[in-house]
Ligand binder design. Structure first.
Ligand SMILES: Cc1ncc(COP(=O)(O)O)c(C=O)c1O
Length: 441
């Protein structure tokens, strides 16, 4: 296999000794210093992806759920993005990263009282409300805290299908998220907000799914939100009600390349499609100065991160299958097990040099379904102690990691050649004591 340059971090390459490097640092050096499994992120990649969004959209809020790590939040913030958080835990990551609360959006279906109170006390930029119950709760908590005004966006479901995995498709009407535009539900919630003394409606939000590979569904969703906004504006105007809404937030979902044949649109292509859909509707109705906000997660961190494992055993069941077992698995990357996600694998110092065979990469969990890759192309001579680097694991691996089988979670290392300290641990490896500290004897 050729080194898949479009899938591993843009700053990675194979050096003259045949070893993989990320921003000039050999993977072997990192594995030897920090142990395995270890996650390695390229700062250069994350900065460059964030910059594209910041240049192409009006406001950008990095989706913390994709990689809730202080060091990453600081980095994307330095490139001009705020954060969107789902609940108080992620909010605390953003605040510890030093992100100005006016650059933080708070999401979450069924936000708890603690989530809401914490967001209001921090003074976040917007709460993205889901329904009337939440309006009641936010009003009550704001009153208790003596807060007079809470600026909100309403999360609506535009009824657009994003043609992606069912578990990550959230914009269709039958969704646990938001209020449907169809059937007049979103309109009812708008009336509830507009009639409130405390809540101030500033815009609409939708998130139609993840790994979107086509500009059309996102543009279509933006158009539906814009149409909803225009109708609402006219209607309230006719009733003599003034509203000050100018935000259309189309969420995240920007696809990245995991497999060789994947071909997602570029950020600028998405931006053009979405903005022109909004303009077509709003400018035509004399509504100017509409801002388009986005919340990318995967597109910023997905390709920037790789997971490095050490091989513990190799076995062949003649005529059936060849297995390579590594020292991590579904506890540090759940995506292959739950979504059937594919991550390309590279054996450091051997892939690209030796002839490929077909292997299943098995994790070390006591679970038959714990496979990090099926039918992966790996060099035939892959062996015990080799390092396997799995591509594009930067999004939703750390975030969904667990202690299944009481495995400790990996260290996370940031590589940044522009820093005087080019290799920096941003999350230390978990210890058994960390896990057991919650248990009583
Ligand atoms: C509301 C919201 N915004 C943004 C995102 C980020 O999505 P992605 O990482 O696919 O860009 C998600 C992910 O599910 C989400 O639920």
């Amino acid at each position: 296999m050729q080194f898949p340059v479009n899938i591993f971090p843009a700053s990675s390459s194979i050096n003259s000794q045949g070893s993989m490097t990320v921003d000039g640092i050999e993977i072997t050096t990192i594995a030897n210093s920090y142990g395995t499994p270890v996650m390695v992120y390229s700062a250069k990649d994350m900065i460059s992806e964030t910059t594209k969004f910041v240049e192409d959209f009006d406001r950008v809020f990095f989706s913390m759920k994709s990689a809730p790590i202080i060091g990453i939040a600081q980095l994307v913030n330095s490139a001009g993005a705020g954060c969107n958080v789902a609940g108080d835990g992620e909010l605390q990551v953003a605040l510890r990263a030093g992100i100005n609360p006016q650059n933080i959006l708070v999401h979450g279906n069924n936000k708890s009282e603690a989530d809401i109170a914490s967001a209001l006390q921090a003074g976040v930029c917007r709460l993205v409300v889901e329904d009337e119950h939440e309006c009641d709760r936010i009003e009550r908590i704001a009153q208790d805290l003596g807060i007079e005004k809470v600026e909100v966006q309403l999360r609506v479901t535009p009824g657009v299908e994003a043609h992606t995995h069912e578990a990550i498709m959230t914009g269709a009407i039958d969704s646990k998220f938001g209020s449907a535009i169809e059937k007049g539900i979103a309109r009812r919630v708008c009336d509830r907000i507009v009639g409130s003394q405390t809540l101030k409606l500033r815009g609409f939000h939708c998130h139609i799914g993840s790994q979107i590979f086509d500009t059309k569904p996102m543009a279509q969703a933006a158009k539906i939100l814009a149409g909803f906004f225009v109708d609402l504006h006219k209607d309230y105007l006719a009733k003599g009600i003034e509203i000050d809404i100018n935000e259309i937030n189309v969420g995240g979902g920007f696809g990245i390349q995991y497999e060789l044949q994947d071909d997602p649109p570029s950020t600028i292509e998405m931006a053009r499609a979405v903005k022109s859909a909004v303009d077509q509707v709003c400018v035509a109705n004399d509504l100017h100065h509409i801002e388009v906000w986005v919340e990318p997660g995967r597109a910023i961190v997905g390709r920037a991160g790789v997971s490095v494992y050490r091989v513990g055993s190799v076995k062949e069941i003649p005529g059936v299958r060849k297995y390579v077992a590594v020292d991590g698995g579904m506890s540090d990357n759940l995506r292959p097990a739950i979504y059937g996600a594919v991550h390309l694998a590279w054996v450091d110092g051997k892939s690209g040099i030796h002839q490929d065979g077909v292997f299943t990469i098995a994790g070390k969990h006591c679970e038959e379904g714990d496979k990090l890759a099926n039918d992966a192309s790996l060099p035939d001579n892959v062996d015990v102690d080799d390092l396997i680097v799995m591509a594009s694991t930067g999004a939703y691996s750390f975030a969904m990691s667990s202690n299944y089988n009481m495995l400790t979670r990996p260290a996370v290392v940031l590589v940044d050649s522009s820093n005087e300290n080019p290799v920096r641990e941003i999350v230390r490896r978990e210890t058994i004591d960390d896990i057991l500290s919650r248990q009583h004897n």
